[in-house]
Ligand binder design. Structure first.
Ligand code: ATP
Ligand code: MG
Length: 403
């Protein structure tokens, strides 16, 4: 008897001609997430992926694979010979373990209820699917006391897939993270602050298959070394999901002090955001990103009114993706907890935006007002300098910092 993990993918099978490239990418990403198990074989098998495992690593492999974007569901299965005796024995062994975890429910319905869901992928197999359902069900009832068939609401479904290389038998289809394989949808640059929102926005972009790089603006020495470390930790967590994340850190101190010198206090946040976008665009062009991503959510703070977003957006022609635009904060927080960024995001270190927060920021700045506020600011010079004054580090999944 062999054991394996069956990996199913949904959306990518819809992609017609691209399908094969998508599948190859997914296999590559799964291997990457399983880098600690180099001996495992990850094999494509007619519309799904199969990974042979053993008892010692099966659960670990299952939970890692369930977190690879593009994977829709996973099952831990046993593979036996294509004969009814072996299939029956394997099904009974699985049902026995299931009974132990469902003692109460079994007592309630007066037995372990089950149904067989068979599928015959190997058309050479002698029984038809309905025959297989019936024959296996009968044998289990006969050989394992205390079981009952219930096709409507069974406590366990025994899935049986007869394939050329053997019969795959399992009880569960566990849903996985879903989305598209990272690397199948181009490359974007995430504006990554140390807050709660932008890491979630980055995660949602990864989920749609883009490769992610990140930009962080810091105002050392007004912001601390620890604030920067926090952002590096966040980049590392995103890399665990997305394979690798390059983090570009931009020294923003000079820009901020120039804004303080030249621009009215009430518009400093607007101008600062416009400068961030200009610099991000500069980096984006040299790195061939197709879009920028932010954690903005409509109406959440003063700089995220529609008027403000429009005025800030006016400085660039790059597409800006805002995956959280219509999300409520409670939902964003729930997601942050789920993906593992929340605990880091709430560490109390100062961000460059909070250091210079004006007393009364304009909540509806117009483009004309912003342009006027920037009149004596040497925008091009500051942007060029900031783009050059950027440091880059690469984070790899579960391996931390690479360079
Ligand atoms: P977050 O929780 O992501 O910090 P926020 O609700 O605090 O978002 P803002 O501080 O207004 O909102 O920032 C809006 C967006 O601008 C952020 O989601 C992020 O994409 C970007 N941003 C803000 N500060 C920085 C920074 N220091 N470096 C890079 N991007 C930033
Ligand atoms: Mg913030």
């Amino acid at each position: 008897m062999r054991e394996c993990i069956i990996v199913r993918y949904g959306e990518i099978s819809l992609k017609g001609g691209n399908r094969s490239a998508f599948e190859r990418r997914l296999v590559h990403n799964i291997r990457d997430h399983l880098w600690e198990f180099p001996a495992l074989k990850v094999v494509r098998q007619s519309g799904r992926i199969v990974i042979e495992v053993d008892d010692a690593n099966a659960d670990d492999v299952l939970s890692r694979v369930a977190n690879v974007f593009g994977v829709y569901s996973v099952s831990r299965a046993v593979i036996v010979q294509q004969n009814l005796d072996d299939m029956t024995q394997a099904a009974i062994a699985l049902l026995r373990t299931r009974r132990e975890s469902l003692l109460q429910e079994v007592a309630q319905v007066g037995g372990l209820t089950f149904k067989i869901a068979a599928k015959r992928a190997d058309k050479m197999f002698e029984l038809s699917t309905p025959q297989l359902n019936e024959e296996l069900g009968a044998r289990i009832l006969e050989q394992y006391e205390g079981t009952k068939v219930d096709v409507h609401e069974p406590l366990a479904i025994v899935y049986v897939e007869v394939r050329e290389d053997g019969a795959y038998i399992y009880l569960d289809k566990q849903s996985a993270v879903g989305g598209m394989p990272v690397g199948s949808a181009g490359r974007v640059g995430l504006l990554l602050s140390g807050g709660i929102d932008s890491p979630v926005a980055g995660w949602l972009s990864l989920k749609r298959g883009v490769e992610l790089e990140a930009i962080h603006f810091h105002s050392y020495p007004f912001t601390s070394e620890r604030a920067l470390q926090k952002v590096e930790t966040l980049a590392g967590i995103l890399a665990n999901w997305g394979g690798s994340v390059r983090l570009h850190t931009v020294g923003f101190t000079e820009v901020q002090s120039e804004i303080r010198k030249h621009c009215p206090d009430s518009l400093s946040v607007t101008v600062m955001r416009r400068m961030m976008l200009r610099i991000a665009e500069g980096i984006a062009l040299s790195r061939e990103w197709q879009a920028l991503v932010t954690g903005e959510s409509l109406g959440q703070v003063a700089s995220q009114t529609l008027e403000s977003i429009r005025t800030i957006n006016d400085v660039t022609r790059m597409p800006i993706l805002r995956p959280l635009i219509s999300e409520d904060k409670v939902d964003i927080i729930r997601r942050a907890r789920q993906i593992g960024t929340y605990e880091t995001s709430i560490l109390p270190y100062e961000d460059c935006c909070t250091v210079f927060l004006p007393k009364r920021p304009r909540t509806r700045p117009t483009i004309a007002e912003a342009e006027q506020a920037e009149e004596t600011l040497d925008v091009d010079e500051l942007v060029n300098k900031a783009v050059l004054n950027t440091e880059m580090k690469t984070f790899l999944a579960n391996r931390g910092l690479n360079s």
